[in-house]
Design a protein around this ligand. Structure first.
Ligand code: SAM
Ligand code: SF4
Ligand code: F3S
Length: 481
């Protein structure tokens, strides 16, 4: 009987129980190998893409460690390698294919190595076909909708010595109760919903992550309370469009109501959320943001394009004017709010005049930061069929022009903090040295300063003595708590 047939017969609870049993079995085998041969089984997860994938990898990490594997940092040390893939842009896919090519020699020299690929890329049938034909040495393929069934699929892979492929076309119910091994202990991501119903014309996500499903508020609040009890200070509420939270719930609850409840959780220091879709952001949400003391003054609000013609073609369902109105309201309610955005350059049909509208919008809004992307054609999305597609060289030229205008604007904002006293939540050592700490302001500006690692997790005041290009260097003034 295939995994899929078993799944059709059992409830999610039974399935998780079955997988728990498999986890215990694999752990016994791994422990026995350790006792008899002194060899500890090792594993690595390589994650591409957004926080959704990072969060999924945290769930896989928990399952793998429960199976008795030790996590390692290098591919060549591992007995189990998992690539958790992303397909939002072509670059992300090319990286995965490149790494699959590179790992082939490892598979040839280490016969017991198990290679699994999962994540968004696997939700596309043409990718799975390519893996079956050109990457026969991949042992296991699974998708985003059946991640919770990984132990059972791994067991099948280990016993069958054949390529196991199981990708579900559609999502099931929200699965609760999976353990999660989080990477950071000061900050944690918590999913409030899964999937996306928006079908922006360029975007593959609705096809790889399925329809929108909200988690029950009790499950979210319980998870956050637990994290806070374990020392987490900052929670980021995650969803592709958090503003439509609650639409699939029986109880009447929207994202603003949820935010207020999270704000009331004892011990929580900071709350962030992403991503907000401009078409669904309500006055109530902005007001709630302003009223809740733990909700940071930081709004990530992707605009994608400055031209109404392109916004319409993108199926974004708001206009430039409506977007500007939201920014205005947010700034009236929260004068120190920082606003970041996502932008796509070179959407099919984008003329020079459309592009200039994007430039003028950026000047008008004065964003604090922006994630800027060159449009990437995704098979299966409506925009892939729109003509004319913009020439690659032209897209790159527009991007260079946009950054030449935008980067000095960001720098000017950073410089304006000179000598200000900033409230910083310390995240730990900076990348450069253990003596230099790194933290962020409520507005998500990165701040570095000299200090002891024991300050990690503390809220401190730092004087901005040397604003840099995109971050601030400062001096510790006092520890708040
Ligand atoms: N749900 C979020 C939203 O609506 O803003 C973001 C999801 S997506 C993972 C992150 C960003 O990737 C999008 O905001 C968009 O700017 C960019 N993106 C998505 N599809 C793209 C494509 N085909 N080419 C270039 N950028 C793309
Ligand atoms: Fe993609 Fe649009 Fe959904 Fe965001 S809202 S995930 S950009 S389809
Ligand atoms: Fe995220 Fe990439 Fe999937 S951006 S939702 S991992 S396609």
């Amino acid at each position: 009987m295939s995994n899929r047939e078993i799944l059709n017969m059992v409830s999610v609870e039974e399935l998780l129980n079955k997988n728990d049993e498999i986890i215990r079995n694999i752990r016994e085998i791994n422990d026995q190998i350790y006792r008899e041969e002194g060899k500890q089984k090792k594993a690595i997860i390589v994650t591409y893409g957004c926080q959704m994938n990072e969060h999924d990898s945290e769930k896989l990490d928990a399952m793998i460690q429960d199976m008795g594997y030790v996590m390692v940092k290098k591919l060549d040390q591992a007995d189990l390698v998992i690539f958790n893939t992303c397909c939002v842009r072509e670059n992300a896919e090319l990286k995965v294919y490149g790494n699959l090519g590179r790992i082939k020699h490892l598979k040839e020299t280490k016969k017991d190595l198990v290679l699994a690929v999962c994540g968004c890329m696997m939700q596309q049938p043409h990718v799975v076909e390519a893996i079956k034909k050109q990457y026969k040495y991949v042992d296991l393929v699974f998708g985003t909708h059946n991640l919770h069934n990984f132990p059972s699929l791994l067991e099948e892979t280990l016993s069958s010595h054949k390529q196991v492929v199981e990708v579900w076309e559609s999502e099931g119910d929200v699965v609760e109760g999976l353990a999660i091994n989080r990477k950071k202990d000061i900050k944690a991501y918590v999913n409030v919903m899964y999937g996306c119903d928006n079908f922006c014309a360029y975007c593959i996500v609705p096809y790889t992550r399925g329809r929108e499903r909200s988690r029950q508020p009790e499950d979210i609040l319980e998870e956050i309370q637990d994290l806070v009890n374990n020392g987490v200070k900052e929670i980021t509420l995650l969803g592709q469009n958090v503003n439509s939270y609650g639409k699939t719930l029986e109880s009447p609850m929207d994202f603003a109501d949820l935010m207020r409840k999270v704000n009331d959780i004892k011990g929580i220091e900071r709350i962030r959320f992403m991503t907000s879709h401009p078409k669904d952001i309500s006055d109530k949400l902005l007001e709630t943001m302003a009223e809740c003391e733990h909700v940071c003054e930081y709004l990530h609000l992707p605009i994608q394009a400055g031209s109404n013609r392109i916004l319409k073609a993108m199926n974004r369902k708001y206009t430039r004017e409506q977007y500007l109105e939201i920014v205005d309201k947010a700034r009236k309610l929260m004068p120190d709010v920082s606003i970041s955005t996502d932008l796509i350059i070179g959407f099919p049909g984008e003329t020079r005049a459309d592009f200039e509208e994007t430039l003028s919008l950026m000047k008008e809004v004065q964003f604090d930061s922006a994630f800027t992307y060159i449009y990437s054609k995704r098979t299966g999305t409506p925009a892939a069929l729109i003509e004319p597609q913009i020439d690659e060289a032209e897209k790159h030229q527009r991007m260079t022009e946009l950054l030449a205008m935008f980067n000095p604007m960001v720098n000017e904002k950073i410089q304006s903090h000179q000598d200000e006293i900033l409230e910083v939540l310390v995240e730990g050592a900076s990348k450069s040295s253990d003596q230099i700490l790194m933290g962020r302001t409520r507005q998500h500006v990165t701040v570095n300063f000299e200090g002891d690692l024991s300050l990690t997790g503390k809220l401190v005041k730092v004087k901005a003595t040397q604003p840099k290009k995109f971050s601030i260097f400062g001096e510790l003034v006092e520890v708040v708590r």
